[in-house]
Design a protein. Structure first.
Length: 253
């Protein structure tokens, strides 16, 4: 045995009380997944498509194969957009849903060409930022949120697409989890204040969902969400006139 290893072993046996105890009285480890191989494969697959470009690939190909519809609008966003049944809220409108649950603005930026630009919409409706605030993919600064929003906006405008920038929606703590811990209302207000000013400066339209959904205490109105973040049908009904008015205004620009 090498001399250093021997000395370490000797020290450990001679002074056992100097070593921190690691034994426990009850064996209660975290619950493990029954199928670690499939879990590892799922993680590997997710890492290969971090931006989830595959989510709408087949649908995008179908849309591109058809003649561009006048008045087409692409809704780009996260779970709030993903869960929105646009066909029910806007019957007969050529509105395309490209929301993906959990996404942050950098992921949406990478999806701009396949999921927005190549579909040749007249208008893009962007709703993002809440997951950036919540650190879904790590820490994010206000400047990072601003830069990604600007990059998405400028790409759309460069390709002749009118832009509707939607405010980050309010949250509430009446669900299972306290949404304010991951999405502080003060941070939401910072993003929205900047976004409203930026939209005015670059000729985009600001859709103020926040004012339509907030109560007098600064939180999401009771009864329009089950978890304090995602709108239910009543919540979406409050959002419909806000975004439709913004789309109509963008079309006229």
């Amino acid at each position: 045995m090498p001399q250093p290893s021997y000395l370490l072993l000797l020290a450990a046996t001679a002074f056992p009380l100097a070593v921190s105890a690691q034994l426990v009285d009850d064996y209660n480890p975290p619950r493990a997944n029954c199928c670690l191989l499939s879990t590892a494969q799922g993680l590997a697959n997710a890492l290969q498509d971090w931006n989830q470009l595959g989510r709408y690939h087949a649908d995008d190909e179908k849309v591109k194969a058809q003649p561009a519809e006048p008045g087409r609008v692409v809704f780009l966003g996260d779970s709030i957009t993903d869960g929105w049944k646009l066909g029910l809220s806007f019957p007969g409108k050529p509105y395309v849903n490209r929301g993906i649950s959990g996404q942050v603005l950098p992921q949406m930026l990478v999806r701009m060409y396949p999921d927005v630009i190549e579909l040749a919409p007249a208008v893009m409706v962007l709703l993002g930022g809440t997951n950036d605030i919540a650190r879904n993919n790590g820490m994010s600064t206000l400047a990072m949120i601003q830069e990604n929003t600007m990059a998405i906006t400028e790409l759309a405008q460069l390709h002749g697409i009118k832009v509707v920038l939607c405010s980050v929606t309010p949250i509430a703590d009446y669900g299972r989890a306290k949404m304010s811990e991951g999405r502080p209302p003060a941070d939401i207000l910072k993003v929205n204040t900047w976004m409203k000013d930026y939209a005015a400066r670059v000729g985009a339209v600001y859709a103020d969902y926040f004012s339509a959904l907030v109560d007098d205490k600064g939180f999401l109105k009771p009864g329009i969400s089950m978890d304090g973040l995602h709108p239910n049908q009543q919540g979406y009904e409050l959002m419909v006139p806000v975004v439709q008015a913004a789309i109509d205004l963008a079309m006229k620009k």
